[in-house]
Design a protein around this ligand. Structure first.
Ligand code: SAM
Ligand code: SF4
Length: 330
């Protein structure tokens, strides 16, 4: 069993995109009230007095769309400055990134994952929803800005959906030929829009690797990060390819993470709600930090069993998709 030292922190459950596979347009989503968001002060208190003493030292800011949370650059600066922080990263849709990348870098952030499901602006717009200015171009500018400024490794997340973007897999993989980027293909999960999932299905990482191998060949490789991706490289390419195979290959026994939602729920497993605990209410009620830490330590001790049960039920068998990735903090 892996050491659990990695916390994914959702800053907000809202988003400026409506990705079909995550928050489809028209979905009836209930957002956390703003007064229930953990404040930055509360978050830093939890990190320093609860999580860090229990061995957490790697953190990712996510959402919803984390760049929408006002003042998040100051939070980045504060977390990056904590001596116990060994790694700090961000997952974003990239729409606001061009204007914020330099401030984020100056605040101490070095690693970014940006979602980019298509290289075709029309397909992209259909996937992420919205009208008006091309969202793809804004995101692409964000990626270019992050590249210019020197974020490394720069990771691009692709959720592959049959009949929507799976014909672009080779083009997306080809981005790694000339750039030191890391393109990560994520198997589509039945979270968010069960209709899309049951109508389109999903493509396995093995299938994607076969297509890429047939075109260029593939060798095993490595990339800096905390994730469950299997990493490969096209021979001679500057960048690397990652495959996250939670549908075809259970990695529950390798799980090294917990998730903290924007309203302060600590969740030991992405795929089910077993054992999750509310940290905001006791914090606001003035419960001692030592007591809160004990509660989190208990959850840490229970995690191997939670992982085991999830492993037994399998991703599609858990049936616990009442919340979207944007709500859980993907
Ligand atoms: N808004 C940011 C973004 O899109 O990168 C961060 C939050 S988003 C929930 C985090 C990741 O979850 C994204 O890479 C997204 O592609 C992935 N995701 C969302 N719904 C998914 C699904 N049904 N299956 C697989 N991945 C999903
Ligand atoms: Fe927003 Fe990210 Fe979900 Fe897309 S995947 S709707 S960008 S939270």
């Amino acid at each position: 069993m892996n050491r659990v030292d990695y916390l994914r922190i959702s800053l907000i459950d809202r988003c400026n995109f409506r990705c079909q596979y995550c928050m489809p347009e028209g979905a009836d989503l209930e957002y956390v009230k703003q007064q229930n968001w953990l404040t930055y002060e509360e978050l830093l208190t939890l990190l320093q007095s609860v999580f860090m003493p229990l061995g957490f030292n790697r953190f990712r800011l996510t959402g919803g769309e984390p760049l929408l949370r006002p003042g998040m650059v100051d939070l980045v600066r504060a977390i990056a400055a904590l001596p116990q922080t060994q790694d700090l990263s961000l997952t974003t849709n990239g729409f606001l990134l061009a204007g914020m990348a330099q401030s984020l870098y100056d605040a101490g952030l070095r690693r970014i994952n940006i979602s980019l499901d298509s290289l075709d602006p029309d397909t992209f717009q259909q996937l992420v929803g919205g009208r008006g200015r091309s969202r793809w171009h804004e995101v692409w500018q964000g990626i270019q800005a992050a590249h210019r400024i020197g974020f490394s490794p720069l990771k691009l997340n692709v959720v592959v959906i049959p009949g929507v973007n799976d014909h672009e897999v080779l083009d997306l993989a080809a981005l790694t030929l000339d750039q030191q980027w890391h393109v990560r293909f994520i198997e589509f999960m039945p979270i968010g829009d069960p209709w899309l999932f049951s109508n389109r299905g999903w493509v396995s990482s093995e299938d994607l690797r076969r297509r890429i191998r047939d075109r260029w060949g593939l060798t095993e490789s490595q990339v800096l990060g905390n994730g469950p991706a299997d990493v490969f490289k096209i021979p001679g390419a500057k960048g690397t390819l990652g495959f996250i195979s939670q549908m075809s290959e259970c990695f529950c026994d390798r799980c090294n993470r917990m998730r903290l939602s924007a309203d302060g729920w600590l969740r030991p497993c992405l795929l089910n709600e077993t054992g999750q605990i509310d940290l905001r209410t006791p914090l606001r009620q003035g419960k001692s930090l030592a007591d809160i830490r004990d509660q989190v330590a208990e959850l840490l001790a229970a995690k191997p069993d939670i992982n085991y049960k999830q492993r037994e039920s399998g991703v599609t068998g858990s049936g616990a998709y009442s919340r979207t990735m944007s709500q859980i903090g993907g």
